[in-house]
Design a binder for this molecule. Structure first.
Ligand SMILES: O=C(O)CCC(=O)C(=O)O
Ligand SMILES: [Fe+2]
Length: 317
């Protein structure tokens, strides 16, 4: 396996989204399943190539995002994410994902949660500029997510559909799987101690990350220093969330990461799109190794507490 700055690059050709599930035997998938699990055990971040998501779908999602974010504040405010909800626009410096940083993150974002992937006319309050591009990307990420869940299940020694069974409601409500568009505007300078996106690990099962060509993403691999996870053409970055680490009884890692602006990058716009795959709200998370290292927990309750904390300004009280 090729390593790029310690991050493994994995070829998904044999089970990408263009490959139908029935056409591949579980035994055939074992090799790639083991590669992915080993990478998540040791590093927690991987690059995926030959994933099958068309390049223009990604560039469309990024360019329509830019059109949306470049509008005046009043236009965007009508989509503002309401406290306690998972869908909507998040203003510049409204959030900090690392609560230890004194300054809020230098980014703007939009979380899209599909409520009904079958009836895509349902009003989710999505800006018309992004509507179709984001839904198309969501759909491909969802397919890719199912394939990776199969591979993780096999790698963890479970039946192929073990994790799928806990992700049956993606895009159908009762599951908070989210596509998040990130917009890091060009700045004159960044404030002291300000990150573009502070240190954090993601909260759910797994994350796909699409970056434009501007660097800044860093991951804390193998408990060492943060290493750059530069964009590589035609690959996507994949990492695991806290829920999956707990689910695997700490066999697999949810690696901390952040986005920093170097003195030159800070003058450049940076965009990314993250797709956070999470279990159904009613899924019972029970350690996959059969141990009781962590008590069984219902995902819906687990997530409510961790998500809302990001917006609280605890320096003020
Ligand atoms: O923008 C990036 O490259 C990373 C963003 C991220 O980690 C997140 O939104 O969780
Ligand atoms: Fe993240």
């Amino acid at each position: 396996i090729l390593l790029v700055n310690m991050v493994p690059l994995i070829d998904l050709q044999s089970y990408n989204i263009l490959v139908t599930e029935e056409s591949v035997e579980t035994a055939t998938l074992k090799v790639i399943a083991d590669q992915i699990c080993q990478a998540f055990q040791e590093v927690g971040f991987v690059y995926l190539k030959n994933h099958g998501i068309p390049r223009e779908l990604i560039t469309n999602a990024l360019s329509t995002s830019k059109t949306f974010f470049d509008q005046p504040r009043e236009k965007k405010e009508q989509y503002a994410l309401q406290p306690g909800h998972f869908h909507g626009w998040i203003a510049f410096e409204a959030e900090r994902v690392n609560h230890d940083r004194p300054v809020f993150d230098a980014r703007e974002g939009f979380n899209m949660r599909l409520l009904d992937r079958k009836d895509q006319t349902l009003p989710e309050k999505l800006p018309p500029e992004v509507d179709s591009a984001w839904k198309q990307l969501h759909n491909s990420c969802f397919q890719l997510g199912l394939h990776v869940l199969d591979l993780l299940s096999i790698g963890l020694g479970k039946n192929r559909d073990y994790l799928r069974q806990c992700h049956k409601k993606i895009g159908l409500g009762d599951n908070v799987t989210t596509l998040r568009a990130n917009y890091y505007p060009p700045l004159k300078e960044i404030k002291p101690e300000q990150a573009r996106c502070g240190e954090h690990s993601d909260y759910g099962t797994l994350t796909f990350l699409f970056q434009d060509e501007v660097s800044g993403l860093q991951a804390k691999v193998q408990d060492g220093d943060y290493v750059p996870v530069h964009p590589i053409e035609d690959t996507i970055v994949m990492n695991l969330g806290d829920m999956m680490q707990r689910w695997s009884a700490d066999r697999l890692k949810a690696t901390k990461h952040r986005v920093m602006a170097s003195p030159t990058d800070v003058h450049q716009l940076r965009q990314s799109i993250a797709f956070f795959v999470v279990p159904d709200n009613d899924a019972l998370i029970s350690c996959t190794d059969g141990s009781n290292k962590y008590p069984d927990i219902d995902f819906g309750n687990y997530i409510k507490s961790s998500f809302n904390a990001n917006f609280q300004d605890d320096t003020e009280n």
